[in-house]
Design a protein around this ligand. Structure first.
Ligand SMILES: Cc1cc2nc3c(=O)[nH]c(=O)nc-3n(C[C@H](O)[C@H](O)[C@H](O)COP(=O)(O)OP(=O)(O)OC[C@H]3O[C@@H](n4cnc5c(N)ncnc54)[C@H](O)[C@@H]3O)c2cc1C
Length: 277
């Protein structure tokens, strides 16, 4: 394995560490848990993420995405390769004042985003206690919220579009889809297409939908990461014709890094008008 890691290190634009010091530093997060990772990667590019995915598949190990590592339930602790995107994926790419949206990379710190937005009178509402450290990638992973969430909602309520790399190394952008766009996705001969086909087929039987609606926690409980939020997909089209357009990003929020890697592309979210609230 050491040889394979050395080879991988030589292929990455970013860094790969597998010495005992770095492994020890990344053996914990904000939780009580501890496990020594196989290695710690600090990727620089989408190409690096793809190489890490290929390596993990070939060597039967896992990837543990990480931003600030303030998670409380061991989300960033594991024996695979920790993929820390907090060093290189830190750009705010675009603020659209008119639409009140922002495009950014997953390693942007929540309070730094708000300092950037201050001159526009705008604000990213979810106010996690760790806001001066935690990053948007981790907030998406944990569907983070905080003291202002009764007014502004949780992170999930703000996510519009996520740019991701899937487990086969393919890229997929998950965002709101019209009926025609959804039909187009269902035809794709890729893992992305397979995900749409699988999810729609699983959620189609009326008895499955009824079971989910009756057994999931009350929709009024905003912050809950006890499983994937498939109940929220049922409140979207085509399951609820009066609902919002189908958007897989709704479910990726709160999936704790288990479904895809958020990459340094142009993931988009909404921001709030702090003054008028
Ligand atoms: C003292 C304290 C107070 C806290 N208070 C709150 C609170 O008020 N509200 C709240 O919601 N939480 C709270 N938390 C939990 C935690 O701080 C938040 O959930 C925070 O938003 C996590 O952000 P992070 O950058 O540290 O994410 P991390 O801990 O690094 O990651 C969180 C999850 O996101 C995944 N992830 C990270 N980057 C990516 C990526 N690029 N691609 C895919 N998945 C990714 C990780 O794998 C992980 O599952 C608190 C924690 C502490 C220690």
């Amino acid at each position: 394995m050491q040889q394979a890691l050395a080879q991988l290190a030589g292929q990455l634009e970013g860094e790969l560490h597998y010495d005992s010091l770095l492994r020890a530093l990344y053996a914990t997060d904000g939780s009580i848990y501890k496990a020594y990772p196989l290695a710690v990667a600090l990727p620089c590019s989408v190409a690096d993420l793809k190489k890490l995915i290929t390596f993990a598949r070939q060597n039967h190990t896992s990837l543990i995405p990480r931003t600030a590592g303030t998670s409380l339930a061991g989300q960033c602790v594991g024996e695979g390769i920790v993929v820390d995107v907090s060093k290189h994926f830190t750009k705010i790419l675009e603020v659209n004042v008119e639409e009140q949206t922002v495009r950014l990379q997953p390693g942007v710190i929540r309070d730094e985003l708000n300092r950037h937005l201050q001159p526009y009178g705008l604000y990213f509402g979810p106010n996690t206690s760790t806001a001066n450290r935690c990053m948007l990638g981790g907030m998406v992973g944990n569907n983070s919220c905080g003291t202002t969430s009764i007014v502004y909602g949780s992170t999930r309520d703000h996510v519009i579009e996520l740019h991701t790399v899937l487990s086969d190394g393919s890229e997929a952008v998950f965002g709101p889809l019209s009926a025609t766009e959804l039909e187009g996705k269902l035809q794709l001969d890729t893992l992305e297409g397979q995900l749409y086909r699988h999810m729609l087929a699983e959620l189609s039987p009326a008895e499955v939908r009824e079971e989910i609606r009756s057994q999931y926690p009350k929709p009024s409980i905003h912050r809950r990461n006890t499983g994937y939020a498939i109940d929220l997909l049922l409140r979207q089209q085509p399951f609820d014709p009066a609902g919002k357009p189908f958007n897989f990003a709704t479910m990726i929020c709160g999936s704790e890094g288990t479904l895809s890697l958020l990459h340094p592309g142009r993931s988009r979210g909404s921001i709030d008008d702090r003054i008028s609230r």
